[in-house]
Ligand binder design. Structure first.
Ligand code: GDD
Ligand code: MN
Length: 374
C-alpha cells in the first residue's frame, strides 16, 4: 500500500510561533484568531493557546479553530494558574526561530506583529516590545487610577530590568528563540510580568526595539487582574533583587508570619483585658487564631497560584497547616531551650534561633503538606 503524498514540509514549518494565554476568553479566541490570520498573511506561523482550565468553554472554541486550521494548537494546564508560567510553557513548546506573545482579548494590536517580526529578522535585535508608551502609542481607555498604578510599577521595573524599554510591563512582545532560551532557566515565574521577568533574567542585556500601538479596550469578558497582582508584582521584584539569597515565597511567608504575631498579641490583649480565660488558654486561643489568620492570608497571597478553594480542600489545608505549625512551635521552643540551657546563649539569640528554625520548618512543611505543587 502506498501512502498519499504529504505536503512539502517547508510550507508547514512555522517561522513565527504566537503564544496566546487564555483564561475564560471563549468569545475572544475566534475573533483573535481571524485577526491573526489576516495580519500574518504571507508569514508561516502557528498559534499556541495556553489555557489554565477555563470553565467557560474557551477550549471548545479553540478546538473549533484547530479543527479547521492546523496552525492552531492548545496546551491545557490543570491545577495551576498564572499568566507568566502559562506564557513560559507556551514559549517552551514552540520551535519556531521567532516567538511572540499576545493577549487573547484583542487589547493588543496584532497588526504590528509583521513589523516586529521584520525587526527580529534583521538580526540586530533580540526583543521587540509592543509599547503603549513609545511615541505613537497610547493606553487607550484606561482610567486614571490604573494609569497611575501602571506608571509607578513601570518606574519600579527599571530597578531590576537590564533592558531599556519604555513599557516593561507589556504583555505584548516578540523575541528570538536564543534570547528567550538564555533567560528561561532564571525566570521567577511570579505573577503577570513575564516580559519584565525575561529582561531581568538574561545573562547579558537584550538588544531591544519598540513598536508603538494603541491599547484597545476589551470587547468580551473581563480583566483577570485584581488588586492582589500588586502583591505578586512586589514578590517578582523581591525575587529578582534577593531571590538568589532567599526565595520570594519564603519572604512572603515570613512577612505574613510577622503579621500573625500582631494578630496573636491583639487577641491575647483582648482576652487579658477581659480577664477571661486563664492565661494558658488565652495564649493557646491566640496562637490558634494567628495560625488560622496565617493560613488564609498565605493561601491568598503566598500560594495564589496553588490556592485551595472550596470547603473540603480549605478545611483539609487548614488542619494540615495547624498540624505542621504546631510541630514547628515545638521545634522552636525545643531549639531555643537547648541553646539557652546547654550552650548559655543570650536569651534573645536563643529565642531568635528558635523562631528561625520554626519558620523554616513551617514553610518547608506546609509547602509540602498544605500547598503541594501539582
Ligand atoms: N493561561 C492563563 N492563565 N492566562 C491568563 C491568566 C492565567 O492565570 N490570567 C490572565 N490570562 C490571560 C487572559 O485570558 C488574557 O488573554 C491575558 O492573559 C491578559 O489578561 P487580562 O486579564 O486581559 O489582563 P489586562 O488586560 O488587565 O493586562 C494586560 O495588559 C497589560 C498591558 O499590556 C496583560 O497583558 C498585562 O500583563 C499587561 O501589563
Ligand atoms: Mn486584557
Amino acid at each position: 500500500m502506498t501512502l498519499p503524498p504529504t505536503p512539502a514540509p517547508e510550507l508547514s514549518i512555522p517561522e513565527l510561533s504566537v503564544i496566546v494565554p487564555t483564561f475564560n476568553e471563549r468569545d475572544n479566541v475566534g475573533p483573535l484568531y481571524d485577526a491573526l490570520v489576516a495580519a500574518l498573511n504571507g508569514i508561516a506561523f502557528e498559534v499556541v493557546f495556553v489555557d489554565d482550565d477555563s470553565s467557560d468553554g474557551t477550549r471548545d472554541a479553540i478546538a473549533a479553530i484547530a479543527a479547521r486550521d492546523g496552525r492552531a494548537r492548545l496546551i491545557h494546564r490543570i491545577g495551576r494558574r498564572g499568566l507568566a508560567t502559562a506564557v513560559t510553557e507556551g514559549l517552551l513548546s514552540a520551535s519556531a526561530p521567532y516567538l511572540a506573545v499576545i493577549d487573547a482579548d484583542m487589547q493588543h494590536d496584532e497588526r504590528v506583529l509583521p513589523e516586529m517580526l521584520a525587526i527580529l529578522r534583521g538580526g540586530e535585535t533580540d526583543l521587540v516590545v509592543g509599547s503603549r508608551y513609545a511615541a505613537g502609542g497610547s493606553i487607550g481607555g484606561w482610567d486614571a487610577r490604573r494609569a497611575r498604578v501602571s506608571a509607578v510599577a513601570t518606574r519600579l521595573a527599571r530597578l531590576i530590568s537590564r533592558a531599556d524599554i519604555s513599557d516593561p510591563m507589556s504583555g505584548f512582545f516578540a523575541i528570538t528563540r536564543p534570547a528567550f532560551e538564555s533567560a528561561v532557566r532564571g525566570l521567577s515565574g511570579q505573577g503577570y510580568k513575564i516580559l519584565l521577568d525575561i529582561c531581568a533574567s538574561t545573562p547579558r542585556p537584550l538588544r531591544t526595539a519598540e513598536v508603538a500601538y494603541d491599547f484597545r479596550t476589551r470587547v468580551a469578558g473581563e480583566s483577570k487582574l485584581d488588586t492582589l497582582i500588586v502583591w505578586e508584582y512586589l514578590l517578582l521584584l523581591a525575587d529578582k533583587l534577593f531571590g538568589h539569597v532567599v526565595p520570594a515565597r519564603f519572604l512572603s511567608f515570613l512577612f505574613i508570619g510577622g503579621l500573625g504575631v500582631f494578630v496573636h498579641m491583639g487577641a491575647l490583649a483582648i482576652m487579658m483585658e477581659a480577664g477571661y480565660p486563664p492565661f494558658v488558654w488565652a495564649q493557646s486561643i491566640a496562637a490558634g487564631l494567628a495560625m488560622i489568620f496565617n493560613f488564609f492570608v498565605n493561601n491568598t497571597l503566598t500560594y495564589r497560584d496553588r490556592r485551595l478553594r472550596g470547603f473540603g480542600p480549605v478545611a483539609k489545608g487548614l488542619l494540615s497547616f495547624i498540624a505542621a505549625c504546631s510541630i514547628g512551635a515545638i521545634a522552636n521552643v525545643g531549639i531555643a531551650n537547648y541553646l539557652f540551657a546547654d550552650y548559655r546563649y543570650m536569651w534573645w539569640t536563643a529565642g531568635l534561633a528558635g523562631i528561625l528554625v520554626g519558620a523554616v520548618w513551617n514553610y518547608a512543611a506546609t509547602s509540602i503538606v498544605t500547598w503541594r505543587a501539582k
